[in-house]
Every structure is written in C-alpha cells, then in structure tokens.
Design a protein around this ligand. Structure first.
Ligand SMILES: *Cc1c(COP(=O)(O)O)cnc(C)c1O
Length: 460
C-alpha cells in the first residue's frame, strides 16, 4: 500500500487556544464594529486572518536567534542574511527593512512620483497604497482568467501581456518600473508562470523598463512552477527561484511570509543606482543600512527561514494543507477561487450570499458570519479592501469580492481545517436566510479595511 502524506516536521512546543460561546462572540463583534481586525486575538479560536508573521519558526531558527549580533553597524547577522539572500536570489545589494511595506516605502520614495503609472498584476493593498499616496496610478494588468473563480487555470496570477503592452505603448515615459507580485496574493494566492515572467521581461526590455518582483510568496510560486509548468518537475525549488529572479531587476520582500519569520523584510537588487536611491530613505525611515528596523537575531532567523522554505518538503507540507481544506470545501460544494492558492483559500462570497447587495459588502458579511458561527477569523479581500477610487471617491465594485482563509505556516493541524470547513458549511447551509449585509459608519481614506467601523445594514 502506498504510504499517505505526512508533514516533514514534528511539533516541539504547543500554544493553547480557547473556544468561546456565541453570546460572547456577538458582544465582541459589536465592540469591534463588525471589523475582525478590531477583535482581540484571544477572542478568536482558529485565526486565519493572515499567514503574515503568524507561522511557527523551527528549532533551527530559534537556535540561530541566540547567535544574533546586535552591533549597530556591520553586524555579522546582517552579512549572514545578505549572503543568504544573494545566494538564493542572485541579487547583490540588500536593504533590510522592518517589513514588506517598509521596503516598498523606501524603494517607491526613490522611484515613484506624481503622475507616474506602475503597471502590474493585482497590486497588493500596501503596494497600491504606496503608489496612490504618491499621486501615481497602479494599473492592473492581471489576466482575465483570474476574474472567473470557477475556472481551473494553472497560472491565474499571470500578467496579461497585451494589457501591459497597451500601457507601455500609451505611457511608457510615465512608467518607473513594472511590478509583478509572486504569488499574486489579491487574485487568490495564484502563481505566475516562468513563461509569463519571461514574457514580462522581454516586454520590459523592449521598452527599456525595469521589473520589480513583489516577492512575499516567491517560494510558493516556485513550488507551483515545479508542479504545474512543463519542464520544471526535475528542478529543485532553489534552481527555480534563481531562474525566476534572473528575470527581475529587484525585489521587495515581506519576510513575514515565505521567510518564515514573525517580522522582517528587505529590498534587494542587482543595480547600484537603485541601491543608492533606496539608501537615502532607509536611514531616516528604517535605521542604519545593516539592520533597517530588524534585530540581529531577527536577521539570523530570516536567513535560516529563507533556506528552509526554499526546500520542496517544507513547501509541500504547507500547500498540501491548503489543498486538504480545498478538498473539504469541494465536498460541501462551497465555491472558492480555483484552483486552491498557495497560502489561502479565497471563498467567493458573491456566489454564496447572493441576496446581499454589493453595496452591503457580501464578503465582509460572510467574514462576520463565519466568526459568529465558530470563532474563526477570516479576512475580507473584496470591496472594502478595494478602497475608493482616488479620483471619483466611489466604492470600487469592479473586482472580486472574496473572503480569504489564510493558513499560517506550520501552525494548525488538519483537524483544525476540518473545523473550519464544517463551520463554513453551516454558514453555507443557511445562506438563503442571510439577506442583509453591513454598512460603513466610519472609514479612513487609505487602506480603510484595517480600521473601518461597520454596522448591520438596515439597523440604526
Ligand atoms: C504582505 C505583503 C506585502 C506587505 O508586506 P508587510 O510585511 O505586511 O508589510 C506586500 N506585498 C505582498 C504581495 C504581500 O503579501
């Protein structure tokens, strides 16, 4: 008999979690203004808000932390991290930052100016925020296949090359760089193929443009290339990663994702001029060039994490769990962005809460219902996250309206996934009775989803 799959690690330390009652959750949710970001983590039983910084570090990472060099300048830990990044990505210059958006801030402060256009594939919310706050425009060139959640297409994260060409033909002089997000988080943790990365590179070269990879989940992207793309099944993850980055000029990185740490990030590039530009902003905003907001011990853990997570077994254990939950949802007929993404399942709220009008935010409503059902915290990746159009100030209802269940790395077991699937099924079974959603009581101008205050629609 063929042996079944099992994780490539075992558990050395546990953290207790607690269930709550429905009455408690109702009160907590009111106190949180129906925004799950405003809950206390203790009020959550299974937390699938994000996979960012919520994973479990390995014994090797914890051990490396003890060797951290906390020197202000020139710390050994920085050089260990930098050498690892250079070995894995090929980028010579490394600018440490405290997390991914800080890398964006440092680089975009140098490169993005008012009136610029930054084309890409479904820019991540902080990326879009950093572009729009500089009065520049993020133009989404994702393939149309990504908009049909029921369609099984292996590389839904891809850039539509003809859309990108149109942007460049019309406005090349306004484009400081092209940004490709791997995996494409907003489109559902969907990968970008090597073929597509090559085509973006060729088009960029044709117009003399540089390319940045927003690389938070680059290792998961490499895993999908190995599994799904012709010609890569015999290559190691590290070989695929090197090939991917050979097609970019630089990368912004949230190390809280595929570097398996709780906090950290960096910008890396092969170009001295970009490095010089970023240096001007890292010192005032992040810290000196050899720590940029990170402790020495954090840089040690980051280096080990990058190495661990560019190994097949670790990635396979993770993505297998995402697929496990997906198979449960298939069994119950619950629609999600297909095929399952690398770090999360994106539940298609618009196909579940069909009686909730889009003005009442179906995906946010589903998030609220799932929390009430079992204390499970998902995250709206939909009309609230999309913010308002910077020019018209209208809500943007043209994208997908999804509830993301992000799975932290090496944190929950498949039994937890069973609970998540059952709770979601219970909500799904009573979907016809959910007819009203939520309305906005207060919102901030940018990245409103973190702090928005909501109330049940139709109630004072
Ligand atoms: C998380 C993330 C960021 C921002 O990184 P932080 O570490 O949260 O600041 C940027 N881009 C993508 C694709 C991300 O997933």
């Amino acid at each position: 008999m063929e042996l079944p799959f099992a994780e490539s690690w075992r558990i050395k330390m546990v953290e207790h979690i607690r269930k709550s009652t429905k009455e408690e959750r109702l009160q907590w949710l009111r106190d949180a203004h129906y925004n799950v970001f405003q809950l206390r983590a203790e009020q959550v039983y299974i937390d699938l808000l994000t996979d960012s910084g919520t994973g479990a570090m390995s014994d090797r990472q914890w051990a490396a932390m003890m060797t951290g060099d906390e020197s202000y300048a020139g710390a050994r830990s920085f050089y260990r991290m930098k050498d690892t990044i250079t070995r894995i990505t090929g980028f010579e210059y490394v600018v440490p930052t405290h997390q991914g958006r800080a890398a964006e801030n440092v680089v975009f402060s140098h490169l993005v100016h008012e009136g610029d256009i930054v084309p890409g594939n479904s820019h991540f919310d902080t990326t879009k925020g950093h572009i729009e706050s500089r009065k520049a425009f993020a133009v989404d060139c994702t393939v149309d296949e990504a908009k049909d959640t029921a369609l099984d297409y292996p590389f839904k994260g891809n850039v539509d090359i003809s859309k990108l060409r149109r942007v460049l033909e019309a406005d090349a002089d306004k484009v400081p760089f092209i940004i490709v997000t791997i995996t494409n988080n907003t489109a559902g943790g969907q990968p970008v193929s090597m073929q597509n990365l090559k085509e973006v590179r060729a088009l960029a070269d044709e117009f003399g443009k540089r390319v940045i990879f927003d690389s938070a989940r680059f290792a998961e992207n490499a895993y999908f290339i190995k599994i799904r793309e012709n010609g890569y099944s015999d290559k190691t993850i590290k070989e695929i990663v090197r090939e991917m980055f050979s097609l970019a000029d630089g990368m912004t990185m949230s190390a809280k994702k595929d570097a398996l740490v709780n906090m950290g990030g960096f910008f890396a590039t092969r170009h001295a001029d970009w490095y010089e530009g970023a240096k001007r902003f890292v010192i005032p905003f992040e810290g000196y060039l050899t720590y940029g907001g990170m402790n020495g011990r954090d840089m040690e853990a980051l280096a080990v994490g990058l190495d661990e997570n560019t190994e097949f077994d670790n990635l396979h254990s993770r993505i297998h769990q995402v697929e496990y939950l997906a198979a449960k949802l298939d069994e119950y007929g619950i629609p999600y962005q297909r095929p399952a993404g690398g770090h999360a399942l994106f539940i298609d709220a618009s196909r579940i809460l069909t009686h909730v009008p889009k003005e009442e935010f179906p995906a946010q409503t589903l998030t609220v219902e799932l929390y009430l059902e079992a204390g499970i915290r998902g995250c709206e990746i939909g009309y609230i996250l999309a913010d308002r159009d910077p020019v018209t100030r209208e809500n943007r209802f043209d994208g997908l309206d999804l509830m993301r269940l992000a799975i932290p790395r090496r944190t929950y077991t498949d039994n937890h996934m069973n609970v998540v699937a059952a709770a979601l099924k219970n909500v799904y079974d009573r979907r016809e009775s959910i007819t009203r959603g939520v309305r906005i009581v207060w919102e901030s101008e940018l990245m409103r989803h973190f702090t928005v205050r909501l109330a049940p629609a139709g109630q004072e």
